[in-house]
Every structure is written in structure tokens, then in C-alpha cells.
Design a binder for this molecule. Sequence first.
Ligand code: G1P
Length: 287
Amino acid sequence: MRARTAVIPAAGMGTRFLPATKAVPKELLPMIDTPALQLIIDEAVGAGIEHVVVVTSHAKPAIEHYFEDAPEVIAKLRSTGRDHVADRLERIGRDVEVIFAYQDEALGLGHAVGCGRDGVGDEPFAVLLPDEIMGDSSLLSQMCDVSAATGGSVVGLKHVPLAEVSAYGVIDPSGPLDEHGVVRIRTMVEKPPVAEAPSDLIIIGRYVLTPDVFEKIGRVQPGAGGEIQLTDALRMQAAEGPFHGVLSDIRRFDTGNPLGWLTAVVEMALEDERIGVPFRAWLRGRV
Ligand code: G1P
């Protein structure tokens, strides 16, 4: 079956964005005027996802607050003729069911995904890391199709210069890519030294996983800092059955650090129909 649920791990402290993230969760930092988390949910909905499980922490109440109704704000907007903004606010969380799960200890990505288990049930599901913003839903949609067709898990892939592989999960392909960018994966390793990297194909923050991954997460031995790596659970899946990657040339922004976030905001601003033209003019004069 095709994935209907997405898990979004959003419990991290956002230390790279301190002091802003003392009060505002990193996932709610604005991309112009839209929280990154909303863009992630829009991407999921565009790929056919109907339920979202946001894995958050009790230290970040603003995440849940974002999805609450705001009748006073909406009434004020409508009474002053700003219906388009009111309509946008009313749509938040309406086109998709959003529920919350909690990860109150930083025990790694595998642990975070495991915290979403009750909200997923016994069916394939997507995982979207909110530190990465994609240009559209095409990659996730293709990954959902490949998972439904193969009955196995699927990860998003990207080529990087070999010198950069040690910051990522790296896959060992078991053959060439097909004409759709799909490749069978033999195994994978988390953050290998360059000399030990099996390829230059890294796992980007999009996954479609079969539910047996939860049992495998439970068997992963914690690594440094007690962290349970998702990649270790995926390696167990790949050892047992079909496991694929999808390479795509989709536009991708790493918004997990201030420079990446700023780059993404600038790119989006240049294309924005409301501010793109004046912003471009200002930027030309400035640089
Ligand atoms: C995580 C995963 C890694 C993946 C990366 C993508 O790493 O553990 O396999 O390549 O996301 O961004 P992190 O960025 O949390 O260190």
C-alpha cells in the first residue's frame, strides 16, 4: 500500500539557532512568512499524505500552539478585509490531520521516529526531516510509489563530493540507477570516514519506511551520546529484503544552520510573487 502517514521529527533544541530558539522552535522560523514546518507539511500533502505525526518535545509548546484555532485573529482579519490571510490561517492543519508524539530526550533520529509508532500503526509511512526543504513534492511522491511497488523501504538520495560524505548516511548501491533514478541498496552506513564510504550517494532527509522498522529501531545499539541511529535500523531492513533509493535533481535547501536558512529565504524571496521584484532590485544595488 501507499504511505498515508508522515512522521516529522521536530523535538531538537535547535542549538545552531540560539538565542532565537530559546523561545521559537527552529521548525517555526519563518521562510519569508511561512514556518518551515508548514512547508514540510505542504510537501507531504502534495505527495498524498493524509496524516502527520509531529514528534515534538514538551519544552516546545509553540509547535502545538501553531496548529490551534485562532478565532480572534481570524475575526480581526475578516473585519479589516484581509480575508486571504484569514483563509490561510483557517487552512492550517485542516487539509491534513496533525497529531503529536513526544521525544523529551535527545536520543537520536531512530529514537525520534520510534516515538511516532503509535501514530503510524502497521503500515508504510514517510519521514520528513524539517531541516531540509524541497522545491516540491515530486521526490516524496515518487518514493511513495516505489515503496508501494516494491513493498520495501525507500530513501531519497543525492550525490555529494566525497569529502562531504562523513556528515551523512551513505548508501552502498547494489547496481546501477535505472532511468527513473531508482537504485537497489545493498547496505548503508552512518557518517563513515571518507576512506570507508561505500559511494558518494548520501541519504537526504526523506524516507518511506515499512513498519517493521519500529521493531528494528528497538534492536539498535545506542552509539555515541546514547543516540539511536535510524540508519542502523535501515541497514537491518536492507539485509532482509528489497530496499531502494531514489536519486533526484530536486531543489533542496539545508535549513539546519543559519547560512543554509538564509540562502533558502533569499532564493524563495527572489521567486516570491509579492516581494520578488523589489527584493531583486534592492539586492542588485546592494551586491
Ligand atoms: C540525519 C541522518 C543521516 C542523513 C541526514 C540527512 O543526520 O542520520 O543519515 O544523511 O540526516 O540530513 P543528521 O543531519 O541528523 O546528523
